[in-house]
Design a protein around this ligand. Structure first.
Ligand code: C2O
Ligand code: CU
Ligand code: CU
Length: 467
């Protein structure tokens, strides 16, 4: 509980203190909310470009990063940035990323949501050893989307991500231009990560088989920042890069979040919602129209506790600070999304806790990199069922593909989930059915796993061999 003493700096601040429920012993709780401006992660610059491809060279290294206002935090980073630098790719144009590992641990790096060859996918055992370098090639042969890259090392994904090894990867699609969506400095990434800090601002990471949560919510690496906006539309690309925590995001005062894209790209039509649920690894692009608020006012983005909606945590404050003309629009139709129809194998994945071994398992099995669990055919569209036999939510992710959600046993499929997805929340005791199409031209080993990173490490992961 936050007491008045920690927030003596002013009555206005105290009013928001209850929104910022933090462990008072942590370094972050000494910080007043909305004290630091939102930061935008740096955009990576290619070290070489030619007709068909851009080359990026990235050094994975320890760095002292500024997350809290007073002290620095030692993080494991891509090029010293937390979150890592955003890579901007163009649909149809290859990106090559040469990653130098100057950490003292091995690391495998995966591009989440991308259709890539198996040897570039960042298999958990395909690590870059300390001192080594590995080149990853990404064809970007898929629609524009907000993807992300992150460490995927066998048994250590949770720790390595917590310490900082993730960043955004945005595929820009020239076809989007004509939609006239907000762009440029009105197209803003928001990476959500919860972390706990010790008094000296170092990360307090505890390895758990269950969940790893932190008591402060960072947006682009800062706890509850503020962001000055004009009274117009903005596009926000929201990524839940947290290890285990899900968010239910809502604005206060209440106003719609107009979702325009899900994990794999644009929806067929905008989907307005008052509350946006994002579990780990899920993304949503939303438009907020600040023209509905007076200049000089503020709007809070909050994380609402689904079990008790009166409990809210501050995520970000938008300060509508100036008038500005708005040439952007949100078209009623964003473009066709082809409907997938299963025509291949049907598969079931039961998700449960193996109490004897204290491990999360898929179909009763602990992950084994030497075992192939499913063998899909390239070109087929399969019907997959995830059945959650536990009392906790599992955000299930499939590499290589963008799938579609056909049905949920416990509720209707939300409009914002009706497009391309690579990660799907499976609610406790519920079942989700998917249509999963395997692209032609891609074969080899890919992963299927829970994206609660503690579950993934221990050991809710399976392996597929696409042929
Ligand atoms: Cu986001 Cu297998 O990963
Ligand atoms: Cu992935
Ligand atoms: Cu899980």
């Amino acid at each position: 509980m936050v007491t008045r003493r920690e927030f003596v700096k002013g009555a206005a601040v105290f009013a928001t203190a209850s929104l910022f429920r933090l462990d008072p012993s942590s370094a972050a709780s000494r910080q007043r909310p909305f004290r630091m401006p939102l930061r935008i992660p740096p955009v990576a610059v290619p070290s070489r470009s030619d007709d068909g491809s851009d080359l990026y060279e990235v050094v994975m290294r320890r760095a002292r990063v500024s997350l809290l206002s007073d002290k620095r935090t030692v993080a494991w980073t891509f090029d010293g940035a937390f979150p890592g630098p955003t890579i901007k790719a163009t649909r149809g144009r290859e990106v090559v990323v040469r990653r130098f590992n100057r950490l003292d641990v091995p690391s495998s790096v995966h591009l989440h949501g991308a259709k890539v060859a198996a040897h570039n996918d960042g298999h958990p055992t395909d690590v870059i050893d300390p001192g080594d370098v590995k080149e990853y090639s990404y064809p970007n042969d898929q629609p524009g989307a907000t993807l992300w890259y992150h460490d995927h090392t066998h048994h250590h994904t949770s720790r390595n991500n917590y310490r900082g090894l993730s960043g955004l990867y945005i595929i820009e699609d020239p076809d989007e231009e004509e939609l006239n969506l907000p762009k440029g400095k009105h197209d803003i990434p928001l990476v959500l990560q919860d972390r706990s800090f010790r008094a000296d601002a170092s990360f307090r990471f505890r390895s758990h088989h269950d969940s790893v949560t932190g008591n402060s919510i960072l947006v682009n690496g800062r706890p509850a920042p503020f962001f000055k906006v004009a009274n117009r539309r903005y596009r926000f690309r929201i990524l839940n890069a947290s290890n285990s925590r899900g968010y239910s995001l809502a604005l206060d005062p209440t106003a719609p979040l107009i979702q325009i894209a899900s994990d794999g790209g644009l929806l067929a039509a905008p989907a307005p919602t008052s509350e946006l649920t994002l579990f780990p690894a899920e993304r949503a692009d939303v438009v907020i129209d600040f023209a509905q608020f007076p200049v000089g006012s503020s709007v809070l983005l909050q994380d609402v506790d689904p079990a008790d909606p009166s409990k809210k945590r501050a995520v970000l404050r938008f300060d509508i600070s100036r008038g500005e003309p708005d040439p952007s629009s949100i078209p009623a139709s964003l473009g066709p999304v082809e409907r997938l129809v299963p025509d291949g194998a049907q598969r079931e994945f039961n998700l449960s806790l193996d109490v004897d071994r204290n491990r999360w398992v898929i179909n009763g099995k602990i992950f084994n990199p030497d075992r192939i669990d499913v063998r899909p055919q390239a070109g087929a569209t399969e019907l997959w069922t995830f059945r959650n036999q536990s009392s906790t939510t599992h955000p299930m992710h499939i590499h290589l593909v963008q799938f579609q959600i056909l049905q949920r046993s416990n509720m209707a499929v939300a409009l914002g989930e009706a497009g391309w997805k690579d990660t799907v929340r499976v609610d406790p005791s519920a079942t989700v059915q998917l249509a999963v199409r395997f692209p032609t031209g891609y074969s080899g080993r890919y992963m299927i796993h829970c994206h609660n990173l503690a579950h993934e490490d221990h050991s809710m992961m399976a392996q597929m061999l696409v042929a």
